[in-house]
Design a protein around this ligand. Structure first.
Ligand code: ADP
Length: 510
């Protein structure tokens, strides 16, 4: 067992970057977090300044180590987790990005994607047919990195030729930070892991290598792509003159949702977690074969501990969950703070027969229907503010059930327990309602910072700080379990109502 006391995780998120220090029990010791600017050059476009992200990363590392009085000599390893898909292209010789980072939420390549689906014969349906889904496990969508890289290479003069000559590098923010932490233009290592690579539209989901067909179709030279490595692996050392002030192995790299699945110790086939934030992200460990989804989910690499092999996950994302609570707070002014929803929703026994389908920007998994728009149905004069608030919380639970049903169909696994994390799981009523609507136990862990913890685990496993996966399972501790208090008939009737409400919301726009 190593003598060192801590593992450091860097969580490079969409709105902020956080550095967290964990001890051997997987408990947080200290942390620091800083936001970065969100840049909106056009409606639906979102960018970040990659230099600002690098600068904030250095600040939060120094800040966290200083807040906890942590000596670099006590750190066994560093793990990185990151907002997935966000695309950075930079000059190898200077470390300067040639364009702002294009963020996962950015829709600028939507027209290209629509064209691609129509004209290439590569179209796919949510039932899982189609070339792109077969090769990558994904759908044709502006969400993934591939079309974002293409956009930069098409727009920045000379970029494609420079990329072919190996003068430009691509990375998601994991790759960008690892390259900078290991020396940047002076010998920085250019790597990513399978979980991030599987979100680019460029990685073959079976071979775990960059796929020639996809690279050729999008016109992306292989010379600019990072090497795909396991998620738990020593990539290189931080440099002495960097923010750690010492050489420490960087040994973990996982996309944020996969990191949360790892941090929740969902290490056996059939285990799943749901993260309740602005949207919801549900992932299920499906073992070492990439099951193609026939029910509107994505197939994605979960993690790898050895070259050429990985554990896979099915993923279902829901666009609007916590964001619907924000809408009650900011647009309707029904509550002052998000946690007040628990108080108001508990004042009524049920939602009075109404359903709220928060399809503000269409419906994601498992429907993938961009023509749907938000709807509150079943209104009568009886309905009060508390009913609307309760229906909002219920909408989070119903949407989660939609995704779980798809996952169960695809995987053949009947989920008996769901691990939860994210900002909204502090709401006990929401968790109880979730158990009631699913008929499945909902389990909340003590450490809710599962994303950073997952990255720390990946790094600690690669360096022997933690011996094996059983230590990680043992560290996982439950805060509270919510068992269903509802009857089967009531659950069925409520869910039937939801399905009817979803139908009403669909086909609203062209
Ligand atoms: P993200 O990481 O997506 O920014 P967080 O994990 O911080 O989000 O979760 C915040 C989201 O959860 C917000 O959308 C907020 O409206 C919602 N939320 C936070 N606390 C509660 C609560 N007690 N009840 C219901 N929703 C909540």
């Amino acid at each position: 067992m190593s003598e060192k006391k801590y593992v450091v995780a860097i969580d490079q998120g969409t709105t902020s970057t956080r550095c967290m220090v964990f001890d051997r029990k997987g408990l947080p010791v200290c942390s620091q977090q800083m936001e970065h600017a969100q840049i909106y050059p056009n409606p639906g476009w979102v960018e970040h300044d990659a230099m600002e992200i690098w600068s904030r990363t250095q600040d939060v590392i120094r800040g966290a180590l200083s807040a906890g009085n942590i000596a670099a000599g006590d750190i066994a390893a560093v793990g990185i987790t990151n907002q997935r898909e966000t695309t950075v292209v930079w000059e190898k010789s200077t470390g300067k990005p040639i364009h702002n980072a294009i963020v996962w939420q950015c829709m600028r390549t939507q027209d290209f994607c629509a064209q691609w689906q129509k004209s290439s014969g590569w179209e796919q349906t949510i039932t899982g047919e189609g070339k792109v889904k077969d090769i990558t496990g994904l759908l044709i969508s502006p969400y993934f990195s591939g079309t974002k890289i293409k956009w930069i290479l098409d727009r920045v003069p000379g970029a494609r030729e420079r990329a072919e000559r190996g003068e430009l590098l691509f990375g998601n923010t994991d790759t960008w930070l690892i390259w900078n932490l290991t020396g940047g233009p002076n010998g920085g290592v250019h790597v990513t892991d399978v979980s991030n690579a599987s979100r680019t539209l460029l990685m073959n989901i079976e071979t775990l290598r960059w796929d020639r067909t996809m690279m050729d179709f999008l016109g992306i030279p292989e010379a600019m792509l990072p090497q795909i490595k396991p998620s738990s692996h020593v990539y290189g050392n931080t440099v002495k003159h960097g923010p750690f002030g010492a050489e420490i192995p960087i040994a973990g790299d996982l996309g944020d949702q996969q990191a949360a699945l790892f941090g929740q110790a969902c290490l056996s086939k059939g285990e799943a977690k749901n993260t309740y934030g602005t949207g919801c992200f549900m992932l299920m460990n499906i073992g070492d074969k990439p099951i193609p989804s026939k029910n509107g989910l994505l197939t994605t690499a979960f993690y790898s501990r050895e070259e050429g092999r990985c554990v896979y996950a099915l993923e279902g994302s829901i666009a609007i969950t916590g964001a619907a609570v924000q809408w009650l707070r900011d647009n309707l002014k029904l509550v002052d703070e998000a946690p007040d929803t628990e108080y108001f929703a508990s004042k009524v026994e049920d939602s009075g027969g109404i359903y709220f389908v928060p399809a503000f920007s269409g419906l994601f998994a498992p429907y993938w229907d961009m023509t749907a728009r938000g709807a509150i149905v079943g209104l009568t004069r009886f309905i009060r503010k508390s009913h609307i608030i309760r229906a909002t919380l219920e909408s989070i639970c119903y949407q989660t059930r939609d995704v779980i049903e798809a996952m169960q169909k695809d995987s053949g696994v009947n989920l008996t327990s769901l691990k939860v994390d994210g900002g909204a799981v502090k709401n006990d009523l929401l968790m109880q309602m979730q158990a009631d609507i699913l008929g499945t136990e909902v389990v909340r862990p003590v450490v809710n910072e599962t994303t950073a913890l997952g990255a720390a685990y990946a790094a600690g496993l690669a360096t022997g700080f933690w011996k094996d996966e059983s230590e990680i399972r043992n560290n996982w501790a439950m805060d509270r379990k919510f068992a269903s208090l509802s009857t089967t008939e009531r659950r069925r009737a409520m869910y039937d109502g939801w399905k009817k409400a979803v139908e009403k919301s669909r086909g609203w726009t062209d």
